[in-house]
Design a protein around this ligand. Structure first.
Ligand SMILES: Cc1ncc(COP(=O)(O)O)c(C=O)c1O
Length: 400
């Protein structure tokens, strides 16, 4: 232990009591500022000759510990943890694009990423074109001479279409376009974008990686050090910094990520098959099922790693959908994914409510369409709960 004498002033900081044994758990470091020994020592830090921190917006230990863990999973170096998945998307596009550049995005990206491309970037002089990433000819047709970046998700939300990642990577390589992959849904357990030609890897850590719906965070890693520096400078200037407490929670969540992912995926496969056999189900979408439209590509890209997301459509409209969620209060009806427990979302009333009925119909999202983020519960319980919920949806629908 250090000095046991009381401090002479309440205002003066007391050094952390050291002992021969170290804490097993990671400490949380909430300090906004870090003291240096001298201006020379500060120079050494800023010039990268000595490690250390200066100001939390520029970096802090809890973010760094978390970033290094995700780097390891993604085969990245010097990835950055930021305040949300959208902060990671923002830092990537604003860090690397300038007015006059053009960006192409998958047409079924996460809703706010779509909004970034449709509304925010054009406002800054960066036009965007959306294209179906399962159709390489459509992606190629969207490219312009000034296209600088292509932003894509491997598995789309909520219809779980699988992008032609090999074709897209080859196209980007041939045209010198930066390939940014949002790997939130697939996670490095199923797909490691840097091994397949990506220049940037983006995550919403809020989802499967942190895994407990209690931390909002993002991550971005760049293959090229100069891209990493540009993204870092933009993120620090725009103030996209994560909270140390959130980083600590996410780090703790990450310890069990691989176990959670494997169990949730195993459950998802079984739940998809179970749903497909229930009366009242119009279709079930799961990437590695033989009836999935991208089945062959899913197998080739992901092997058996179909992930934890399952979508399905029931017969009937809004009344049937209401009856389903009411009959299953133990399955959280919540607009998120990747929680340790199973959650259910209804895109027509949440993520896709901004689209009109016709636009939703074009994507195959009707009032009976649900997306399940499967968790780690006992599969027998999940099968029982879903069977009861779907039966209830039929009852109410039949009466209506
Ligand atoms: C694929 C994907 N990317 C990015 C985001 C945004 O992440 P966040 O909510 O952490 O900002 C989400 C959120 O759902 C997402 O699903």
């Amino acid at each position: 232990m250090t000095d046991r004498k009381p401090p002479r002033s309440l205002v003066r900081r007391t050094p952390w009591p050291e002992g021969a044994a170290q804490a097993l758990g990671t400490p949380i470091q909430p300090s906004v500022a870090y003291t240096a020994q001298s201006p020379d020592a500060l120079d050494a830090q800023y010039e990268g000759r000595a490690p250390g921190y200066t100001y939390a917006r520029e970096g802090h230990p809890n973010a760094e510990i978390l970033a290094r863990k995700i780097d390891g999973m993604e085969g990245a170096s010097d990835g950055l943890v930021l305040g949300s998945g959208m902060a990671a998307v923002t830092a990537s596009v604003l860090g690397l694009l300038r007015a006059g550049d053009h960006i192409v995005g998958g047409d079924q990206l996460y809703g706010r990423s779509l909004r970034m491309l449709r509304e925010e970037l054009p406002r800054l002089g960066i036009p965007a074109t959306l294209a179906d990433p399962t159709d390489i000819a459509a992606v190629e047709a969207a490219l312009r001479p000034e296209t600088r970046m292509l932003l894509v998700e491997v598995v789309s939300n909520p219809t779980l279409r699988v992008a032609d990642m090999e074709g897209i990577a080859a196209l980007c390589r041939a045209r010198g376009i930066l390939l940014a992959v949002d790997n939130t849904f697939t996670t490095p357990r199923a797909w490691r974008p840097f091994e397949h030609g990506a220049d940037l890897v983006i995550h919403s850590l809020t989802k499967l990686l942190a895994g407990h719906s209690d931390a909002t965070l993002g991550y971005v890693a760049a293959r090229a050090p100069e891209h990493r520096k540009a993204i870092y400078d933009t993120a620090v200037t725009l103030g996209l910094t994560p909270s140390p407490f959130d980083c600590w929670l996410a780090e703790r969540g990450l310890y069990s990520f691989e176990l959670r992912y494997d169990r949730a995926e195993e459950n998802a496969v079984a739940l998809a098959d179970h749903l497909a056999g229930l009366p009242g189900i119009r279709r079930v979408l799961y990437p590695t099922r033989p009836d999935h439209p991208d089945h062959n590509r899913a197998k080739a890209l992901l092997g058996a790693r179909g992930g934890n997301m399952v979508s399905f459509e029931i017969e009937g409209g809004r009344a049937a959908a209401n009856a389903l969620t009411r009959a299953a209060p133990q399955i959280a009806f919540a607009p998120t994914l990747g929680d340790i427990g199973t959650t259910l979302s209804h895109p027509a009333s949440s993520s896709h409510r901004g689209l009109n009925e016709e636009q939703r119909a074009a994507l195959g999202i009707g009032e009976g369409f649900f997306r399940v983020s499967v968790g780690v519960e006992d599969i027998a319980l999940l099968k029982e709960d879903f069977a009861a919920a779907i039966a209830a949806s039929r009852g109410e629908h039949d009466e209506a």
